[in-house]
Design a protein around this ligand. Sequence first.
Ligand SMILES: Cc1cc2nc3c(=O)[nH]c(=O)nc-3n(C[C@H](O)[C@H](O)[C@H](O)COP(=O)(O)O)c2cc1C
Length: 380
Amino acid sequence: MKAASISDFRELARRRLPNIFFEYIDGGSYAEETLRRNVGDLEAIALRQLVMRDTTKLDMSVQTLGQTMNMPVGLSPVGMAGMYARRGETQAARAAAKAGVPFCLSTVSVCSIEEVAATGTPPWFQLYMLKDRGYMRELLARVKAVGSPVLVFTVDLPTPGSRYRDIRSGFTGAGKLEAMMVQAWEGVTHPAWTWDVFVNGRPHTLGSVQAAVTEGKRVNDFLSWIGRNFDRSVTWKDLDWVRETWDGPIVVKGVLDAADARDAVKAGAQGLVVSNHGGRQLDGVKSSISALPRIAQAVGGDLEVYMDGGVRSGLDVLKALALGAKACFVGRPWAWALGAGGQPAIERMLDILRAELAVAMILTGCTDVRDAGRSLLDEG
Ligand SMILES: Cc1cc2nc3c(=O)[nH]c(=O)nc-3n(C[C@H](O)[C@H](O)[C@H](O)COP(=O)(O)O)c2cc1C
């Protein structure tokens, strides 16, 4: 099957990836109410078709935090991408650089920040605050040293939400013997993945935080170590602590409430991502797109407002811009594409988003993404 749409990559990834990884990417927390809302609420928004406008020239580029984005789309941080394709984070970084959009590297990536920066374009870096502050300081210094332009500080994961699918698939919570059997079976039944990732994609450690983990060296050991080491004592004051080591722009990721957004401004953030972690944390909270307008209205003049969650087409991108986002980010779409076919598939996924965004702009009479506003929506 040739992918025509973003959701086609989901099907292609389902066929190629071991079930444990497909379910890990695809799933949300608990009953997945918020995951469905993220997608459903975007789908329900109507664009306003306007015809007979001269749309010969389209401008999709945005300037943000000292960066030029060729289109208002970036790749959200996604953990363990190196398990979906060989050295997956480097493949994603290359695809993003080719398209002229930012790639944000997760704290829990397989490839280290140094390995990804060696592709030639230092990624944005996503930070989880872990209890070991000495290690966090070292990590931030490494991120700075490779020239990452933006730090994305994720604030919606003081503790991980329960993901039923990962328990059912045997990815989390399984005993050692059961986990080994699941993995062996997955390997035998997914030979293309086994050759690409299991055999040729080593080492399978969490590259950037490897040195901090003392017990065990399997990805699962890392995940359980990280799970135990998220710091629930973190408050806005800790942004000052981050600033002691990081003097570049800081984007706070995982805000759904206007009061929190105002606090992010007070704490000195330069940007925020309206996000519920792709419906993977507190199930039952509202969708990102429905939280966006109020937040954009409250703080849009003070910092850069981005959103992620449920964006599955270029049409969705325009809807998010219309409701106040400067740019939006995608998580699962690039993880699916990576699992489906590595860097070329992510390039194609970004091409599809760009082409769809162009059509949406032409048929709403919008020639410059910077002018996108509510007038692009049919709210009657
Ligand atoms: C498999 C997977 C792993 C993720 N890992 C991280 C992570 O390490 N750090 C983080 O801040 N967000 C992480 N997220 C959340 C994404 O950055 C993003 O907020 C979310 O995927 C957006 O929703 P979407 O998948 O509908 O585009 C992850 C999401 C997925 C699907």
